[in-house]
Design a protein around this ligand. Structure first.
Ligand code: ZN
Length: 248
């Protein structure tokens, strides 16, 4: 078994997926990956298929999910417990990072994807090194341009007067400087979050609004505490990589 170092902290065995799957038909009988034999294998033996996946790294499972529609359906259905277990088992077995479980609202596959497998902007696809970064507050990986397109600053929201300040303060935000050392620092809010929260608030009246705000403030505190844990783990991972590179 050979080893591929995609990240100093992550050692991925490159065992061929092909050796773990049913034998392919001979060349003159070559069938498409979506053939009935592939489908019946997945649907009639999901336990065996899941067992095979236990020997695959997350990267191998990504490759497998692209082989055909049946594999994709089996491996990429967020509501399926089997699907979640396959990705979780592979992550825990083959990756040293991330160790934290996926944050609320994110499934295992997307968690691994944005952290390890695909570091491009998930909106425009920009894959230039260092062009995009993870924003745990919004559960996205994106470039500066897409971030600016999909967010509003605290000042914008105050000027628009469409949303009370108390409500703004229940939304996750990122603090960003205008430039390397520029001031002031602005708070950016995700537009989709603004829309859904404003709608929720507008449907309430009087005392219900007050209770809703109290509940939202409490949830916000917990949400931001969770976000800090993910940044902390990222920082720890970065420090370890840096230390390893310096010792090389
Ligand atoms: Zn982008």
């Amino acid at each position: 078994m050979s080893l591929t170092m995609t990240n100093p902290a992550i050692i991925l065995p490159t065992k061929s997926i092909g050796t773990l799957l049913p034998t392919s038909p001979s060349n003159n009988q070559q069938k498409s990956p979506s053939s009935s034999s592939t489908m019946s294998f997945v649907t009639s033996s999901p336990e065996i298929f899941s067992k095979i996946c236990e020997y695959l790294t997350p990267i191998d499972i990504f490759k497998l999910s692209r082989v055909c529609k049946q594999y994709r359906n089996f491996l990429c259905t967020p509501s399926s417990t089997t699907y979640q277990n396959i990705w979780r088992t592979s992550r825990m077995k083959f990756l040293t990072y991330p160790q934290l479980p996926p944050p609320q609202g994110m499934d295992e596959k997307n968690y691994i994807k944005i952290l390890i497998y695909d570091k491009s902007c998930e909106f425009c696809g920009n894959s230039d090194p260092g062009s995009s970064r993870l924003y745990w507050e919004f559960r996205v990986r994106c470039c500066d341009k897409c971030l600016l397109k999909r967010t509003k600053t605290h000042e914008d929201l105050e000027k628009s007067a469409g949303i009370p300040v108390d409500v703004i303060d229940t939304l996750p935000c990122v603090w960003i400087r205008g430039g390397a050392f520029a001031v002031p620092v602005h708070r950016y809010y995700w537009i989709d979050n603004i829309k859904s929260t404003t709608k929720e608030y507008s449907l309430l009246k009087g005392k219900d609004r007050k209770n809703w705000l109290l509940k939202k403030k409490e949830q916000h505190k917990k949400y931001m505490a969770e976000v800090s844990q993910y940044y902390f783990e990222d920082q720890k991972q970065w420090n370890e990589m840096y230390k390893k590179q310096r010792n090389c």
